[in-house]
Design a binder for this molecule. Structure first.
Ligand SMILES: *[C@@H]1O[C@H](CO)[C@@H](O)[C@H](O)[C@H]1NC(C)=O
Ligand SMILES: *[C@@H]1O[C@H](CO)[C@@H](O)[C@H](O)[C@H]1NC(C)=O
Length: 393
């Protein structure tokens, strides 16, 4: 009796929190991409891929942002099976609405440069950053590794829905989707009309190849397994796969110099996902000494902060190729965060992160419209008072 009441109370609290949260953005309904199914472009479980589409209006009707959402990767049959029947593996399990804010807001004062564009968020359900393509379907598990086909099928579907008339287009993505917007940037360019102004924006997609605190090459091994399981090599830039093993071509640092389409990188130098999963993953920290530091950077010891400064140094080295190219942009803040464009408070608000007194929204808009280039790297933690450092529960 008592626990039922508690549960009721708890669900009320959760409902209220959800309402408050969605009040910031607009809830956009899901579209299942049926046209992808005959192309074999399906989620891990064989269901159709899906996106959420908020239509452009007024002066924005021929402008398009196609954004790929993130959610890690699966690196072998058992981890892919683990996600097959979840929202990250099946459109049958996805929420039927998604909140659009920040870069995806339809409000001029929240998103002055892009509010009236066609804005699409593509759901992630393949586990390979939309690079995989295995013809065979495992009869025992019914697992489909088809992320690369989903990428092309979704773009073709959108071209048919009006993107073939695009004047402006941006391929964007966050986290694993931010990696998609890097790896597939030049392919996106070739799929769009030649006359369109096409650029890419990667948010928190610059995953670097560094050793974990244990000394193990954890992420390098993991990416090599992802690429092998999903047979991604044929969808990775050939300028890289001709030189390096395919797993290494999943790292932006090995492909970015050869990307010819203009691209902008928004990333925290202390990307919280990378600190948690590349630098100090659970397997590299058996005694859990990093646990509280990973949850809240304020709880890191001075030794841990020194290690994190070392991570930043490696990050800056890995992204240094960007500064050689004037068509590329970057906003690298010294914050502990992950994905900053799709959230109003970090995209553009009176207290959002600034570099040289500039919000992410302004930096990306100025760069896209060529009002002003933007390549800025923040000073090191904790120098920037405008950071919104993540605190995990
Ligand atoms: C699959 O990958 C996970 C995560 O790296 C690992 O723990 C597991 O042992 C792997 N399973 C197989 C069957 O290789
Ligand atoms: C920073 O930018 C704001 C808004 O664009 C402006 O009002 C302010 O004067 C700028 N401050 C400095 C120090 O440049």
């Amino acid at each position: 009796m008592k626990s039922t009441k508690m549960e009721h109370l708890l669900s009320l609290v959760i409902c209220t929190l959800l309402l408050v949260k969605s009040a910031e953005g607009v809830a956009v309904p899901i579209t299942y991409v049926q046209s992808a199914v005959p192309k074999g472009a399906v989620c891990l479980d064989g269901s159709p891929p899906a996106y959420h589409f908020d239509k452009g209006f007024d002066a924005g009707i021929d402008n398009w942002i196609v954004h790929f959402v993130g959610g890690g990767w699966c690196n072998n049959a058992s981890t892919c099976l683990d996600r097959r029947d979840t929202p990250l593996g099946s459109s049958k399990k996805m929420d039927t609405t998604l909140s659009f804010s920040g870069f995806f807001s339809n409000g001029k004062k929240f998103n002055p440069d892009f509010y009236n564009w066609n804005r699409i968020k593509v759901r992630y359900c393949d586990g390979s950053s939309f690079t995989g393509d295995v013809e065979a379907v495992d009869p025992a598990t019914n697992l489909h590794y088809r992320g690369g086909r989903i990428f092309v099928a979704v773009i073709e579907d959108l071209l048919a829905k009006g993107m073939k008339n695009a004047k402006n287009a941006i391929l964007s993505g966050c986290s694993a989707g931010g990696l998609t917007s890097i790896l597939q940037c030049d392919r996106f360019r070739t799929l769009l009309p030649a006359a369109a102004k096409v650029k890419c924006v990667s948010d928190a997609g610059y995953f670097i190849n560094v050793k974990a605190v244990s000394g193990a090459q954890h992420i390098e091994q993991f990416y090599s397994q992802v690429v092998q399981t999903h047979a991604s090599a044929k969808n990775l830039p050939s300028s890289c796969t001709s030189r390096l093993s395919p797993g290494l071509c999943f790292f932006p640092q090995n492909v970015v110099a050869q990307i010819s389409t203009p691209i902008f990188f928004v990333n925290a130098a202390y990307d919280s996902w990378q600190i948690k999963n590349i630098l100090a993953p659970g397997v590299a920290d058996p005694h859990g000494t990093w646990r509280s530091c990973k949850l809240d950077i304020k709880d890191c010891s001075s030794n841990q902060l020194t290690t994190m400064q070392g991570f930043r140094t490696e990050f800056l080295k890995a992204i240094s190729v960007v500064s050689n190219s004037p068509s590329k942009g970057m906003f690298i803040d010294g914050c502990y965060s992950h994905c900053q464009t799709g959230i109003q408070e970090t995209w553009m608000r009176n207290d959002s992160p600034l570099l040289v007194n500039t919000t992410i929204a302004k930096a990306v808009g100025d760069w896209y419209f060529e009002r002003k280039g933007f390549q800025q790297i923040d000073c090191s933690y904790p120098c920037n008072p405008t950071c919104h450092n993540r605190v995990f529960e």
